[in-house]
Design a protein around this ligand. Structure first.
Ligand SMILES: NC(=O)c1ccc[n+]([C@@H]2O[C@H](COP(=O)([O-])OP(=O)(O)OC[C@H]3O[C@@H](n4cnc5c(N)ncnc54)[C@H](OP(=O)(O)O)[C@@H]3O)[C@@H](O)[C@H]2O)c1
Length: 218
């Protein structure tokens, strides 16, 4: 990895995305973002290559220009209300993945939820119960994440993608260091999820490529 890789962060104004952007800048990387509301970036905007747009306006976004020159793409998009009855991430990926392919990006990290099922996988009884009771308001978001993970598995195995099925509890202080796990799941603050996704993205080993695992405190 060169000292000045270019990251593209989707969801840069969100709970996890804002921490990931900060970390990438601190490490000397350049960061491009696609945001609906640039004012949410505050002073940080001066350090970023800011592109304005909504993924829901998919026809208006030049996805080739968006990924031009980019090394690493991180997707931390989510809009619970919009995803209630529309798979906005999945629809955007139909146009975005071919652009990533065309421009030869090095790695793509998609943050899904711990309550989203991996492609052809299932949830434990406990997670199923949580998803269908106290977390039922997020079901549309999980269905969207599941459609994206299926698309990546079935249509994009030529790309080096990683799906992180994160467990997020708050925007609080760090509780430790997350590591990848097939079976164990931790509820973590946004900053720990961002730190984990960032490390996974830059991990020189290819162990996590084409996985859709949980993260868990070691
Ligand atoms: N939050 C949780 O409890 C949780 C738990 C586990 C997993 N996850 C997963 O992690 C992902 C990110 O979670 P998060 O909590 O960091 O999300 P978040 O705080 O809700 O942020 C979502 C980001 O997506 C952006 N966004 C939404 N719709 C967009 C659109 N149409 N065009 C462009 N940008 C758009 C938002 O921009 P604006 O600032 O303009 O709204 C924001 O930057 C979620 O998709 C979810 O699957 C979340």
């Amino acid at each position: 990895m060169s000292a000045s890789s270019l990251f593209l962060v989707l969801g840069a104004t969100g709970g996890t995305g804002k921490h990931l952007v900060k970390r990438a800048l601190q490490d000397g990387h350049r960061v491009r973002v696609l945001v609906r509301s640039p004012q949410k970036l505050g002073d940080q905007a001066a350090d970023l290559d800011v592109r304005q747009g909504s993924i829901e306006d998919v026809d208006e976004i030049d996805t080739d220009k968006l990924v031009e020159g980019v090394d690493y793409v991180v997707c931390m998009l989510g809009d619970k209300e919009a995803q209630r009855d529309k798979k906005i991430n999945y629809l955007f990926m139909q146009k975005f993945v071919p652009s990533m392919r065309k421009h030869g990006i090095k790695r793509f990290l998609y943050q899904a939820g711990g309550l989203s099922k991996p492609y052809q996988g299932s949830l434990s009884w406990t997670l199923w119960l949580i998803r269908n009771t106290i977390a039922s308001g997020f079901n549309g978001q999980h269905l969207d994440n599941e459609a994206v993970m299926e698309y990546l598995e079935t249509q994009a195995k030529d790309l080096d993608w990683i799906a992180h099925r994160a467990g997020i509890i708050s925007d609080g202080e760090s509780k430790g260091t997350l590591e990848r796990s097939i079976s164990k799941f931790s509820m973590a603050p946004h900053r720990d999820c961002a730190d984990y996704s960032y490390r996974l993205m830059l991990d020189p080993s290819k162990d996590a490529i084409h996985t859709s695992d949980f993260s868990c405190y070691v």
